[in-house]
Design a protein around this ligand. Structure first.
Ligand SMILES: Cc1cc2nc3c(=O)[nH]c(=O)nc-3n(C[C@H](O)[C@H](O)[C@H](O)COP(=O)(O)OP(=O)(O)OC[C@H]3O[C@@H](n4cnc5c(N)ncnc54)[C@H](O)[C@@H]3O)c2cc1C
Ligand code: FES
Length: 299
């Protein structure tokens, strides 16, 4: 059962910037860190509540932007009760958060939403991620690999400068495939090019090793031949193509969807996503992780 969300004043423990657009932020988040499951997210108020590291309270005078912003949980350090978010500075809120410094305190609500689901007996997962969408997949891969499940990683980015979250996968991935649109890191192309090939070879082989496309740096590792499921997160067009390829190959696929969110817990109705039967799902409550056939990914 998914834990009830908590509101925490979370101290920034670490802040790293990657290139001009990406950052990872560590937050001491108490029970959110203890209860978070892969695929869940937090809503963070992007203005600091207290002054840095001062020992006295200095409540921020700014409530702008008013609405919290949703970010997937990227990694968890349970021992230190830390969560990590991997952010891309795309607009006002994420740019403010990108300027956070250790010691500041941010109000965080979470963990929210339905996580990725792994059935008993699944032995091999394929993670398909694009851009900042790799964030929940890194948490998923780390957690599920620790349970003894083989995890193949396929991540795609625009170029070498936007590769993010890749290094974190080297500790637990069985096989890794990196692609960039311009070929400046890994193979040139789209994740769906490699996905098509991986699904075709999985359906024709009985054993599998890290293949020529593997960019993992260590020797071939035997992996189960078939994928029991695909877990995907990234741009809508990538999710739709991934879901179609998975369906054609007969492999269950879960997608983590994104919508603009006002509240994160089912009240404001800003995050609707159509279902194939014409009804609507709330991404914050019914998702963000859906079985791919549960939702209409074309919108
Ligand atoms: C469940 C969930 C998990 C997410 N996880 C991550 C994550 O791990 N890392 C990350 O970098 N981003 C993530 N996002 C997207 C992130 O929430 C938005 O980029 C952020 O809210 C933008 O806020 P802003 O104030 O910077 O931008 P704004 O000024 O509000 O908008 C800038 C641009 O971002 C787009 N945008 C705004 N809100 C969202 C949104 N909720 N989803 C998608 N696009 C949006 C706008 O359409 C606009 O193009 C996630 C979104 C959801 C719904
Ligand atoms: S974000 Fe408010 S209902 Fe989903």
């Amino acid at each position: 059962m998914v834990a009830a969300p908590q509101l925490q004043d979370a101290v920034v423990t670490r802040m790293e910037r990657h290139g001009s657009h990406f950052f990872t932020i560590g937050l001491r988040a108490g029970s959110i860190a203890r209860q978070a499951e892969p695929g869940q997210f937090v809503m963070i108020a992007v203005h600091p509540q207290l002054a840095a590291d001062s020992g006295f309270l200095a409540i921020s005078s700014s409530w702008d932007p008013l609405l919290r912003r949703p970010f997937s949980i990227y990694r968890v350090n349970s021992a230190e009760e830390e969560i990590f978010l991997l952010g891309q500075a795309t607009g006002r809120g994420s740019r403010i958060l990108a300027a956070a410094v250790p010691g500041q305190v941010y109000s965080v609500l979470g963990p929210l939403g339905r996580p990725f689901r792994v059935e008993p007996g699944w032995k091999h997962l394929l993670l398909v991620g694009g851009g900042a969408g790799v964030a929940p997949l890194v948490f998923a891969g780390e957690r599920f690999a620790a349970r003894g499940i083989a995890v193949t990683v396929l991540f795609g980015f625009r170029n070498a400068g936007s590769v993010i979250g890749w290094e974190a996968t080297s500790a637990w991935a069985t096989s890794r495939y990196l692609v960039t649109e311009d070929g400046s890191a890994g193979k040139k192309g789209l994740v769906t090019d490699v996905l098509r090939r991986l699904l075709a070879s999985a359906s024709t082989t009985t054993t599998s090793t890290s293949s020529s496309g593997c960019d993992c740096g260590h020797g071939p590792a035997p992996t189960p031949a078939r994928f029991d499921a695909i877990l995907a997160c990234g741009p809508a067009v990538m999710l739709k193509a991934t879901a179609e390829l998975a369906r054609a190959a007969g492999v269950p696929c879960q997608v983590s969807a994104e919508r603009t969110m006002g509240c994160g817990f089912g009240v404001c109705l800003s995050c609707v996503l159509p279902r194939p039967d014409g009804s609507y799902a709330l991404v914050c409550q019914d998702g963000p992780v859906f079985a791919s056939e549960e939702v209409d990914l074309s919108g």
